[in-house]
Design a protein around this ligand. Structure first.
Ligand code: DP6
Length: 368
């Protein structure tokens, strides 16, 4: 597939209005995307677990309009929201070539999250993938016209998911990994089926040790991100360790592929924690430099290491570009780890807040 394959060439312009609704999950990267080229092309491949409970639910209502401007309103959790508009405006500009009907309609975008917006959990992955899926459903409806040829009307689930992921990527890179589950790879590499343009369901074997893998998200700092990921990615331009880091991500993905097949939990812990710390090391060694962990992030990491050593556990952590900690563990350790979290880690969370999640299957259309 190339960019050209995603251009919608003809569509039924007689449809006056309608509405579509999707729920789309967040995801947590095991091998991290950090650094990108122009047009949202990643510098290195990444792989993530799709989550299950942390989701954005978005309904898009469209109605035919006159004029040639983009026209849309955004409602977040029932209230009109101006703050999200610039990001969506940029998104529309980036995807217009592929969705030529965007200027034909006024869009009412109503969106809400199942997790608190101010939790510091990346809502761009679930948010951008949900809106991309809604636009794909609209595209699908506009293609149902009887005057179109059979090929033009054909609906292929693979194409739908690929283009949804392609569009989501143009909104936010990591969003392209949220369309499907349970593991998704993004970024061309030699070890797995992959593309720089969209996320691809991981094609390797996955051992039963990873079935229903758990992710409990400890909310250490619910404030605004100190560095936006857009700024963060830019720090990899001319970064002294960039070349080595990008090569390492390829190696780690290859290693992880074997780990996932053999169910080697001890080796999984090593790759995943090293990836998280490398991401933060990149930020500490860029210019300007940042420390995105908080003292409580380190307290939690040390407690996890101590617990793992004392209990021969396979619990581990990963981090995004912030202070919150994702605690990852196999389903069979669930009861023990939840007790450990409640008794030893919750006190390091802001207002004692944490979110229980697990690996999920991807986005769902709600109503037709
Ligand atoms: C640290 O996808 O938020 O979470 O493409 O600029 O929107 P943009 O960046 P974004 O970056 C996420 C980076 C990360 C690692 C990851 O999810 O792979």
């Amino acid at each position: 597939m190339t960019e050209q394959d995603f251009i919608l060439k003809s569509y039924n312009s007689n449809i006056e209005n309608g509405s579509v609704k999707w729920s789309s999950p967040s995801n947590i990267a095991l091998v991290k995307y950090w650094g990108k080229k122009e047009h949202q092309i990643p510098e290195n491949p990444s792989i993530s677990f799709t989550l299950s409970n942390c989701k954005t639910i978005t309904e898009v209502t469209y109605s035919k309009k006159a004029g040639n401007d983009f026209s849309f309103d955004v409602y977040f959790e029932g209230e009109k929201n101006e703050a999200f508009k610039p990001k969506i405006q940029i998104f529309f500009e980036r995807i217009e070539t592929y969705m030529p009907f965007l200027r034909d309609y006024h869009f009412k975008i109503e969106t809400s999250n199942t997790f608190p917006h101010s939790s510091g959990i990346a809502s761009s992955a679930s948010g951008m993938s949900a809106i991309a899926l809604c636009l794909m459903s609209i595209e699908q409806k506009l293609k149902e016209d009887v005057t179109l040829s059979a090929v033009e009307r054909s609906f292929d689930k693979n194409y739908f998911n690929q283009k949804a992921s392609f569009l989501a990527r143009l909104g936010s890179g990591s969003a392209c990994r949220s369309i499907e589950g349970e593991l998704v790879v993004w970024g061309k590499n030699e070890s797995t089926e992959s593309s720089d343009l969209y996320g691809v369901k991981f094609d390797g074997e996955v051992h039963s040790n990873f079935k229903n893998y758990q992710d409990t998200i400890l909310l250490v700092d619910k404030g605004e991100k100190q560095v936006s990921s857009t700024v963060g990615h830019k720090l990899m331009f001319g970064h002294p360790f960039a070349k080595e880091r990008f090569a390492q991500a390829h190696d780690n993905l290859a290693t992880l592929k074997a780990i996932l097949a053999f169910g080697d939990l001890k080796a999984f812990v090593k790759v995943v924690e090293s990836e998280a710390l490398t991401l933060h090391a990149m930020m500490m060694t860029s210019m300007p430099y940042f420390i995105l962990m908080k003292p409580n992030t380190l307290e939690i990491i040390n407690k996890i290491w101590q617990y793992r050593a004392e209990n021969d556990s396979n619990v581990c952590f990963t981090l995004d570009a912030g202070a919150n900690v994702h605690v990852l563990y196999p389903e069979r350790e669930k009861q023990n780890i939840l007790e450990f979290i409640k008794s030893e880690l919750v006190s390091y969370c802001q207002n004692g807040h944490y979110i229980c999640d697990q690996i999920g299957l991807g986005a769902n259309q709600i109503g037709f």
